[in-house]
Design a protein around this ligand. Structure first.
Ligand code: ATP
Length: 502
């Protein structure tokens, strides 16, 4: 498919390519093939937008090789003014190129060391694969003069829907069952049916609520004592308005929660004093002007309010992803963070949406737009941000308190990301919603009260994983494990769960 031609790019030349006026003129004037041939350039053909972030617009398209074959790629166009966009591109490209080089060096040294010493213990195959290329690969970058700069990356799959397919299927299934139950209940209520007098097969037709969904099957009324008529079931029909009054319009039905979420029994009213939706207040927090916050789906509890149920009550105790898959994702993510830290880079925006699923079923970390290069001259390994940046619900607490930061910020974000992905099987909206739940510190509570609530871990996650993630989200950055330790502990959990059968 020959899509729209967006931009002309050059390959890994390390700088923005400045085209002469005559090249630009030819680009406008000539058919693409002729243009490519005349100038020895390759053009990227965009087929459509697949993602939009705070800094970039990601398109999918084809990059044509010199031999005429094409390769599907993702291309990120940087948003904002040209200067700002170039700044962002420089930061992101700089980090991506450094990581690419570091990965190449690591894989060549590991292959030479494994061939030189056969007695050397082989790393876990899972880990070996995760460490080989844990990042979205940067293919090229550049841009036409006057247009926003762009970078072209390996295309990862599963990013269009931003869901991990297995989990989506399972959630859809659960949701379909719940919806059917709801529809039947609605239909019965509308017909003002006397449930007690319904024939047995009608009540049996009601689909069972999914295990642990929190949706209890409607209790059947007890049979009346002998000689008594069954009581009529209270009519859900509204009373007719008194004479001279108009009927009120029907109250709108609350929007359905996303698939796999248990609907709340009733939307809790938000007390005026409560942190009226952490989501909204966070978005308006004057201290955090750059932070974007994912909003809770409408009708869902506002974190921090008394009536907000614990996550465990909302997120049924059903594992949406097989544990093996969860671990594969976490190992890849931890390996990527470890590789970044090894070369002195801090990612600063570890979150589910930046964890992409590749076509070959491996996982990789993307988006180095906020990556920070630690100064090799500074033995403290600290850095400072002018303002808190990252994504609020995955952000380590110290990021907001104007103290020098360390690579431990990524370990905290890893902990939250890991829990959200494990529970929701999602790397987008559902995961973000879950991230907003009760552990988010409200107001000025003392640090002690901000400890991560351990009770939030579902029982289908092994205790060893729970303990690891709890260590990652320790309030004090010094108490968190290093990324290297996280990888080691995950490898041990893999042994326990997959090899020994848990
Ligand atoms: N290589 C890729 N393959 C497929 N989709 C991608 C790729 N890179 C990014 N995307 C999609 O585009 C979205 C936005 O990309 P990215 O996170 O890099 O932009 P951003 O502007 O830095 O966003 P944010 O500020 O939210 O982190 C991603 O969440 C993902 O859905």
């Amino acid at each position: 498919m020959q899509g729209e031609v967006r931009l002309v790019v050059t390959f890994e030349d390390g700088s923005f390519r400045r085209f002469s006026k005559s090249v630009v003129k030819d680009f406008r004037k000539l058919p693409l093939d002729a243009f490519e041939e005349r100038h020895g350039l390759q053009c990227w053909r965009s087929e459509g937008k697949i993602g939009r972030g705070g800094y970039g617009l990601v398109h999918v398209g084809l990059l044509q090789r010199p031999d005429g074959t094409t390769r599907p790629v993702a291309a990120k166009l940087f948003l904002g003014g040209l200067t700002k966009a170039k700044e962002q591109l420089n930061r992101e490209v700089g980090a991506a190129m450094k990581l690419k080089q570091a990965c190449a060096t690591a894989s060549s040294s590991s292959s030479s060391s494994s061939s030189s010493s056969s007695s050397h213990e082989q790393p876990l195959p899972l880990l070996a694969a995760a460490e080989q290329s844990p990042f979205v690969q940067l293919l090229c970058h550049g841009g036409r003069p006057g247009q926003l700069p762009m970078m072209v990356m390996e295309l990862a799959k599963g990013c269009v829907a931003c869901e991990l397919e297995d989990a989506t299927e399972k959630r859809d299934e659960i949701w379909a069952q719940m919806e059917a139950t709801q529809q039947q209940a609605d239909a019965a209520a509308a017909a003002n049916t006397d449930v007690a007098s319904m024939p047995d097969n009608v009540t049996r037709a009601r689909p069972a609520a999914p295990p642990g969904s929190g949706v209890l099957p409607a209790p059947r009324p007890p049979p009346p004592p002998p000689g008594f008529e069954p009581l009529p079931v209270a009519s859900p029909r509204p009373c007719p308005p008194p004479p001279g009054f108009h009927a009120l319009p029907a109250a709108p039905r609350p929007p359905l929660p996303p698939p796999g979420f248990a609907p709340l029994l009733a939307s809790p009213p938000v007390p005026a004093s409560a942190p009226a939706s952490a989501a909204t207040s966070a978005a308006e927090d004057p201290l955090l002007p750059s932070v974007r916050v994912a909003r809770a789906p409408p009708g869902f509890p506002v974190p921090g309010t008394a009536s907000a149920p614990r996550c465990r009550d909302v997120w049924e105790d059903v594992a949406l992803l097989p544990l093996k898959q969860v671990l594969a994702i976490l190992v890849s993510l931890a390996a990527a963070i470890k590789a970044m830290h090894r070369v002195g880079l801090v990612h600063n925006d570890v979150k589910p949406a930046n964890m992409l699923h590749r076509a070959d079923d491996t996982y990789c970390l993307a988006d180095f737009g906020l990556a920070e290069q630690l100064s090799p001259a500074d033995p403290t390994g600290t850095f400072v941000f002018e303002m808190a940046c990252g994504t609020r619900h995955y952000m380590a607490p110290e990021v907001q308190s104007n103290v020098p930061l360390t690579a431990a910020v990524d370990v905290y974000s890893f902990g939250i990301t890991a829990l959200c992905v494990a529970v929701t099987g999602s790397n987008s909206a559902a995961a973000d919603w879950f991230a907003q739940q009760s552990w988010w510190p409200a107001g000025d509570a003392p640090a002690a009260a901000r400890a991560f609530p351990a009770g939030i871990f579902p029982s289908y996650l092994p205790l060893s994983l729970e303990l690891l993630l709890l260590d990652c989200v320790a309030w004090d950055p010094q108490e968190r494990p290093t990324a290297e330790q996280v990888v080691q502990r995950l490898a041990a959990i893999w042994e326990e769960v997959v090899v020994c059968g848990y």
